[in-house]
Design a protein around this ligand. Structure first.
Ligand code: ZN
Length: 62
């Protein structure tokens, strides 16, 4: 998603809790940035944070 959109999501979502069901790569005017945002709340994650959350989730499914 666009960086501006992730900022907007963050504003709209506020401080409500979110379990970050889905991530999207954030980019700005065509250039990929090295981070991800939650498509629900707009919170920012680095690639390693995203991988950790996904791994933890996999572990919980077993
Ligand atoms: Zn979230």
């Amino acid at each position: 998603m666009e960086y501006a959109k992730s900022q907007k999501l963050k504003e709209d979502w506020g401080n409500k809790p979110c379990d970050h069901p889905r991530f999207e790569k954030v980019y700005s005017t065509g250039a990929f940035l090295l981070n991800y945002s939650c498509t629900t709340c707009g919170a920012d994650f680095t690639i390693s944070q995203k991988l950790k959350i996904e791994e933890a989730r996999k572990g919980m499914q077993i």
